[in-house]
Each structure stands twice: as C-alpha cells, then as structure tokens.
Design a protein around this ligand. Structure first.
Ligand code: N01
Length: 530
C-alpha cells in the first residue's frame, strides 16, 4: 500500500492548485483523476459549443508562471483551449508525475489508526493522512427518468457524457431537452446545420449577451502588465472577478435614467456583468429584481420575430426572479428561433409523454428524431461526492448521512468524516464564486490548516454536528433573505426529484471567505483536533 500525506481526488482547478501548494510545503501528495486528461468538467463536457462563461483573465490561475507564456484566442475560451490550458499548467508547475489519470476512486474508509484508505479501480489502495475531494459541483450528470428513453433507436447523449469522436448533426432531425447553460450552447451549434431542430423547453433561461471576440497576443501582452493588480482585485471584496463590480446602491436608490444607464453599460460589457455587476440588491429586492428582468425581457423580445415564441422564451411576467437560476451566456441563441428549421416546444404546458424508438411524444404531438440531446444538467454539488463510497469514523456512507439533506462545517468538512475536506463542495460559495478564485482561496486555506496541524502536532481533525447544523441554519436564513429560495434550481438541489430542497451554495463569496478567515483566526473554531 502506497502512503501519502494527502490524496486529492479530481484534476480540475481546485485539485491542481492544491497539489501544487501542498507539494511546495513539503507534503507528499497524490492526485487521482477518473478522466484520461486534466481539466475536470472540461474533459467531460466536450459537446459542441462548450465554452466558459467567465471572460479572460478571470478563468485562470493568478500564478504568474501560469499566465506569463499563455495566450487565449477568444475572450470566452472554448473547451479544447481550456483543456490545453490545464496541460500547460501541469507542465509549468511540474505536476504530472504526481497525478494518476484514468483512475477512479471506488471507496474511501477512515481507519482506526486515523488515516484514509482509498481503493482505486485498478485494485491499488492508497493510505493517506488526509483526503481532499476536488470533484467539482457538476461531475454527476443527471439523466431524467423519461419513459421509453432506452427504446430510442437514434443517437442519444447527455451533454456531459459526450463521445470523443463527436456527433454529426448535419442534415439530421435533432431534439434537445434542456435550456440551461449546456442547452443554450449546443442549440447555437446545431441550429445552423440540422435539417430540423426541436428544442424542448421546460423553463426559459435568461440568457445574456456574451459579447465574444477574438483576442490577440499583443493585446494580452499589454493587459498582462496589470494582471498582478487585477488578480488582487479578484480576491478582494466585491471579489470573484477581476473587473466586474456592482454599485453599492440599490436599483431604486438612483433615478430611472441612471438605473437604465447602469443596466445598458453592463449589457454592452457582456458576460456576467448584467447578472452581478449592476446594483447591490438585484438578488434580494423584488422591485429591483423586476427592473432587471424587465430590461432583459425587452432587449430579448426585440430579437425574436414571432410573438408566441417571444412569450415562451422571454415571458412578459418573470417565470422566476431574475438571476436566481444561472443566466447562460449566448451569442445568437434567440436568433436561432427565427430560423424556419428551428421549433420551440413548451413542455411545461405540453409535457413529454414518452420517448419512442423514432422520436419523442408530448401529450400533444409526436416528433420524429434522429438525434436526441439531453442537456438536463447535474446532480449538482453533492452527486459527485455521494457517488463514491466514502465512509467516516462511524462506517456510515456519506450518501446515507446526506440522504435527508446536507450539513457541513463551512462547506469544507463533514462531521464524522475526520481528515476529509471538500473544495468547491456543497454549502461553500461554489456556484457564486468564480472557479479559480475559489480554488486559490480554499486551496490556500487548506494548505495553512494542514501546515498548522503539522506544527501543532495534530494528526486528526473532525468537526461537530452542532457547528454543521448551525452552518445549515445560516444558509437557510440566507435562502430566505435573498430571492434564491423562491426558485427551483440546482442551487437549491431542486432539479433532482426527491433531493431535499436547501440552499447548497453560499450566495456571497466575500462573506463566505470572511467566515473561513474567522474560523482560522480563532484557531480553527468548530474543528476538534487530536
Ligand atoms: O444544467 P441546468 P446545465 N424534463 O441544470 C432541463 C455549469 N455550466 O448543464 O429549468 C425536461 O442548468 C431543465 O429545466 P428546468 C453552469 O454553472 C457552465 O445547462 O429544471 N427538462 C434545464 O432547462 C450551469 O448552471 C457552462 O425546468 C428537464 C436543463 O434541463 C451548470 O453547469 C456550461 C428535465 C438543465 O439545466 C448546469 O448547466 C455548461 C426533465 N425531466 C454548464 N430535467 C459554462 O460555463 C432537467 N431539465 C459555459
């Protein structure tokens, strides 16, 4: 059995950063990754059009070694370029020798000796002092239980389980179920080439203009002079992004002309500016939220030719508070529905009855399809963790402990699972924190915790039920004081039938970071050491 100080699971932003930092601090570390390459979700999500929704230089590490010689070709890079970036990172930080690719963690047990035994699918067992799960929030695809799905005789794939050799849509009849971030991206790629595309929409997405453009090396060379400052800004309130800052006033604290001007400016900047870069109460105050919705609705409807289609895609009345489901970014999403070969079907009013060998039947009509794309999302936040048989000191599987809902200490640790940490996990700022920002912050926090334990002579930590329940209560209160609790979204665990409805993402990355800092300043309050 190979022994390590730390085993990390997952080679995305969090896993690679932590490997780099812990190894530099003298810990022996092994990183295990199920995919055949680096980059986490960007390996699995190789569907056409997959690209990141955070603009350059937000979605990359702040380490100069990683950005000095790296240039992006687009403001919002595609998945192939992202995968190449992760390879570049692993090369410049010299990480590859410590990573097992194509290796799946099957079971993790906490032993009486106070260490983790990690069984891999190749029959190896690793023995580690600490186990850090960096499996991301979207590693478990959700395939809905649609009657007859297994009878479909055409090509059918979930967007996050996309075949490496791709799918040819040209001249085919294609159906796409789901209009979240993944659906919006595939639809824009398929619409121009399919003979006929039917989009099955249950809830409209509030997609925002990406304002994509090409980047060249000279522009980036000039911008890099400011990167050190920009990356400091990314980690300071209002943190997350280097260059998206909301005004610290409410939408109705300013006159109408100014409000509209702020909305328009954010709209023109593109990306997430319109979601998080306008006023401080958009996601809390109903009236402000409605103002943001109405502005989005009017801009969007103006792009859609047919009135009935416009009402389905951008209804006059908001289907949910703006921004409480993740707004996707788009380039020509709404124009796709003006094409004669693209049809939109509202499956809330006319639900899917069954999938048949030749297509799909709703309660109202039958659609003949050659290809069916399931852009139906993920068992987000928890699914990637509960899929692994992880048992703590009481030998209870994590999936059982969380079967009635999640309690964690600070979104980092689970009572009864000593020496287990989660990065970008449930109940941390995950969905509301730019990935690399969170990877670096939580990675630094974890590195300092393990160094402190080493210096203090502690071998084992655990957290208490009382503190974890208090953390859940804090999130429940945040769910009530914001507008998030009103919407069925994966932020709330509400996209998975039977999953307990609770806010699974701390909706303020700055406040979340303050909580972690406070815990550390109090010599890791809420943790017990031995
Ligand atoms: O998944 P989603 P996603 N019958 O859960 C529908 C990140 N991401 O893969 O809204 C019919 O958002 C569901 O309908 P409804 C990003 O954080 C990032 O698109 O539940 N429809 C919805 O329309 C994102 O938020 C990027 O009513 C069903 C869709 O499927 C997160 O991953 C790219 C259904 C699922 O949308 C998840 O995005 C991709 C059913 N039974 C993903 N079940 C970028 O950065 C579900 N739906 C670009």
């Amino acid at each position: 059995m190979k022994k390590f100080d730390v085993v990390i699971v997952g080679a995305g932003f969090s896993g690679l950063y932590l490997l780099h930092r812990l190894r530099n601090e003298g810990f022996s570390v092994r990183l295990v990754e199920a995919q055949s390459g680096l980059g986490g979700v960007w390996q699995a999500n190789r569907y056409p059009g997959a690209r990141v929704d955070s603009h350059v230089p937000n979605y990359e590490y702040s380490l100069e070694a990683c950005w000095r010689d790296w240039n992006w070709t687009e403001r919002f890079p595609g998945h192939q370029e992202l995968v190449a970036y992760f390879d570049h990172v692993a090369s410049v930080l010299d990480l590859k020798a410590e990573i097992d690719l194509s290796t799946r963690v099957e079971a993790c047990r906490f032993s009486a000796e106070g260490r983790w035994q990690i069984r891999l699918n190749n029959a190896d067992v690793y023995d580690a002092g600490f186990l850090v799960m960096c499996t991301g929030f979207g590693s478990k695809p959700y395939v809905p239980d649609l009657p007859g799905l297994d009878t479909f005789s055409g090509i059918c794939h979930h967007t996050a389980l996309w075949p490496e050799d791709g799918v040819d849509f040209a001249g085919r009849r294609v159906g796409i179920i789901g209009t979240g971030a993944s659906g919006v991206q595939v639809i824009q790629e398929v619409a121009p080439i399919a003979e006929h595309l039917v989009v099955f929409q249950r809830t409209p997405v509030t997609a925002l203009p990406m304002q994509q453009r090409k980047l060249d090396e000279s522009e980036q060379a000039a911008a890099k002079k400011n990167y050190p400052e920009l990356f400091v800004l990314r980690n300071s309130p209002p943190g997350n992004f280097c260059d998206i800052f909301r005004r610290d006033v409410g939408a109705y604290d300013v006159a109408e002309a100014e409000r509209l001007n702020v909305f328009e400016t954010a709209w023109e900047k593109g990306g997430f500016n319109y979601w998080v870069g306008t006023f401080n109460d958009i996601l809390m105050n109903e009236a402000s939220n409605r103002a943001a919705y109405d502005f989005w609705r009017d801009k969007t409807r103006a792009r859609i030719d047919d009135l009935a289609t416009a009402e389905m895609l951008a209804p006059m009345e908001p289907p949910y508070p703006f921004g409480t489901k993740r707004p996707s970014l788009e380039q020509n999403y709404y124009e796709c529905f003006n094409q004669p070969n693209v049809q939109l079907v509202d499956i809330r009013s006319t639900p899917i009855e069954t999938i048949i060998p030749t297509g799909l039947k709703t309660v109202k009509a039958q659609f003949d399809l050659d290809v069916l794309v399931l852009a139906t999302g993920f068992d987000a936040n928890t699914g990637g963790l509960t899929a692994i048989d992880i048992r703590g000191s009481k030998d209870r599987p994590l999936s059982e402990v969380w079967s009635n809902g999640v309690d964690t200490h600070l979104g980092m640790a689970v009572p009864g699972f000593p020496n287990l940490l989660m990065l970008y996990g449930p109940q941390s700022a995950t969905a509301f924190c730019n990935g690399p920002t969170c990877a670096e912050f939580q990675g630094e926090w974890t590195t300092r915790l393990l160094k402190w334990m080493r210096a203090e002579g502690h071998a084992v930590f655990d957290s208490s039920d009382k503190m974890a329940e208090a953390w859940t209560e804090r999130l429940d209160r945040l769910s009530e004081s914001t507008l998030f609790g009103r919407t069925d979204s994966w932020y709330m665990g509400a996209n998975i039938p039977g999953k307990r409805r609770q806010l699974l993402n701390y909706p303020d990355a700055d406040a979340y970071r303050d909580q972690l800092r406070m815990c550390e300043a109090e010599r890791y309050s809420g943790f017990e050491f031995r």
